[in-house]
Design a protein around this ligand. Sequence first.
Ligand code: GAR
Length: 220
Amino acid sequence: MTDKLRLGILASGGGTNLQSIIDHCAANSLDAEIVTVISNNPDAGALARASNAGIPAQIINHRDFSTRDEFDRTVVSALQSAQVELVVLAGFMRIITDTFVTAFPNRIINIHPALLPAFPGLNVQRKAIEYGVRFSGCTVHLVDGGVDTGPIIMQAVVPVLTDDNEDTLAARILVQEHKIYPRVIQLFAENRVKVTGRHVYIDPAPQAASGVLVNPALDD
Ligand code: GAR
């Protein structure tokens, strides 16, 4: 049996993405183990989820640091002490510095609740509704020095419905987040993620998406 990929998960909020990764690990559908959960928010629901699953968790509160860099250096050293191989940002609401990015080159991934490069940043489900797009979704990408700008690994698309509000759209997107994030982690576990500049290749390549989506649906 091969060694499991050692994951360090960073979360600031409720932690449903963390939970989905915990559940996939428990079901043995991921060749990975979560070796540490780190939160910058002492009240994060993610901490309780880690504790319920018996996963070591730590709070590193950004408010205890005077600079982003100092905070990031502390997080990096916690991840290194846990011998983390892949850093997974799961609702981690802090911008990370070059110090962090260079410590884990092409080994930090993030999930974002929009189809990047549309709607980077915060409150993106609301922005998608306000803009009037017919589709939104989620994006798993490598983290580089920018805000939600790194090379894209996988995306899932959902329709935006006329009576959606930000909560209903967020919930529809979350269902897909919980599917694609574990899938991408498994690709890392299988060492199938290759990066050339802005392009990410999966080797060997899985089947490409087929079909075209139109919303509102054509009635023929
Ligand atoms: C998820 O929708 C995730 O995509 C988003 O925060 C939510 C966290 O939910 N992340 C970002 O907006 C990152 N900028 P969770 O705590 O239930 O996993």
